[in-house]
Design a protein around this ligand. Structure first.
Ligand SMILES: [Zn+2]
Ligand SMILES: [Zn+2]
Length: 452
């Protein structure tokens, strides 16, 4: 069950199967909308709370600037009755086909209000996604999909690859270096792994040039199986990507090779330690989902994917209930094209599921933001500010920027992500006071003094 392509197909989609699938999906989405028109009181309240968070940026601060910022009148952005959250997507920064900005644009076109960019083992696309998201008034949840290994450790079952999704706040991971070290390690391992795959393919009489694969992967992108598969198609070894995976590259397949991924539970712990929300990706691709979920729950896992474009997976929903995990889901969009790919925003996440997600995530993000700001108070260096700004919106402020002292940094970090009540805590007020003597001059900091 390691092949993601066959798993994503719309087996019960009654629409026509030719063309790019765009029109059939639209009809399907419309049908769903009309079916769920009558909301219960619980749903209405959940929806209100979710909307409040999604549009936090546009409702806090001055109304005028938020309208100008997004270039979209507020009334229009608030008009949509349904909040679409896309929690799983890829860009060219890993094995996706679209640039982060093109991805954001497509998400916006598809009605997505909050998008998590979850590239494999890298967060390098987040700054570009944030920049683009500003134009469209959609929210970016800085994310990453970490490649890990599950080892049964004496229990029955085989070792298998597991993907863990991490969702961070506007300030990014709290211990940035720790996460980045782990991700860099995995990325380095991927180069080695890709080389192993090529040597296996070579033994199978399907030689590929290393330069060919790295060219497909793009500058600085660690090659993955999908890049190898594309090279195989281009070299004429197979007819299409599906064939490359089904015959040679599937987990445990004749050309399969593992990299230097961390243990799945280590990755979950790392996400928890760095202020993120951890979710198990596509559990239906696992050989032994129950064992994996049990172990990861003990390590601190918050949720798992349960919803797909073809609806809720009942068996996995039951597992989520058993282990008290959030029920999440996303399209896992790569931009490959083709009728079997789920489009951005096509997974119908119920508003109650989104609400539950935010109920768990927001306190985690709130304390992560506090930790990041606290470390800035301890060391108000330019590099530290850059780190904070990388995932927030400060870097986007040009010209009449209102950032003049450390206090403004706190304000900006908080206003885009936290509600008034969350912001007005004693701890944040204390941080603001401490930073009010740090003077920032158009991005470069003139350190004056920090009250301790
Ligand atoms: Zn995955
Ligand atoms: Zn993915």
């Amino acid at each position: 069950m390691g092949d993601r392509y066959s798993l994503q197909s719309h087996s019960n989609n009654s629409g026509s199967s030719n063309g790019n699938g765009g029109t059939t999906k639209k009809t399907k989405a419309k049908k769903k909308k009309s079916r769920s028109k009558k909301m219960t009181m619980e749903q209405i309240l959940a929806s209100k709370s979710v909307m409040e968070w999604v549009f936090l940026d546009s409702s806090s601060g001055s109304t005028v600037s938020s309208v100008e910022e997004f270039g979209v009148p507020k009334s229009q952005t608030k008009f949509a009755e349904k909040v679409v959250l896309e929690l799983h997507s890829h860009s060219i920064c890993s094995d996706g086909f679209l640039s982060p900005s093109a991805l954001v644009e497509r998400a916006h076109r598809n009605g997505v209000k909050a998008l998590a960019l979850t590239d494999h083992d890298t967060m390098s696309g987040i700054p570009e996604a944030l920049e683009a998201a500003r134009k469209f008034g959609i929210r970016i949840i800085p994310g990453v999909e970490i490649s890990t290994m599950f080892s049964p450790r004496g229990e029955s079952g085989a070792e298998e690859p597991v993907h863990i999704l991490a969702y961070y706040s506007s300030c990014g991971p709290t211990r940035f270096e720790k996460l980045e070290n782990c991700l860099a390690n995995i990325r380095d391992g991927r180069y080695l792994r890709a080389k192993n795959i090529l040597s296996k393919l070579n033994n199978l009489k399907m030689p590929l040039k290393w330069e060919h694969v790295t060219k497909i992967a793009g500058n600085g992108v660690a090659p993955g199986r999908l890049h190898v598969a594309r090279a195989m198609v281009e070299a004429g070894h197979v007819e299409n990507l599906r064939q490359a995976f089904n015959r040679y590259l599937y987990d445990g397949g004749p050309a399969y090779s593992t990299g230097s991924e961390p243990l799945a539970e280590e990755a979950v712990q790392l996400i928890c330690q760095t202020g993120g929300v951890a979710a198990l990706a596509h559990p239906w691709a696992l050989k032994n989902p129950a064992a994996v979920i049990r172990r990861l729950k003990d390590a601190g896992l918050h949720g798992m994917e349960v919803y797909r474009s073809d609806g809720k997976m009942e068996a996995f929903s039951a597992l989520a209930d058993t282990y008290g995990l959030l029920k999440l889901g996303g399209s896992d969009y790569h931009g490959r094209g083709g009728h079997d790919e789920s489009d951005l925003g096509c997974v119908n996440l119920p508003v109650l599921a989104i609400h539950e997600f935010l109920k768990v995530a927001r306190p985690i993000w709130c304390s992560a933001i506090r930790d990041v700001l606290q470390s800035y108070v301890e060391e108000p260096s330019e590099s530290n500010l850059e780190r904070i700004a990388m995932y927030g919106k400060i870097r986007n402020l040009k010209g009449g920027a209102s950032v003049s002292c450390g206090k403004d940094v706190v304000d900006l970090c908080l206003s885009s992500w936290l509600t008034k009540e969350e912001r007005l805590s004693v701890e944040f007020e204390a941080l603001k006071l401490k930073l009010s003597h740090t003077v920032i001059n158009q991005g470069s900091i003139i350190q004056v003094s920090v009250m301790t």
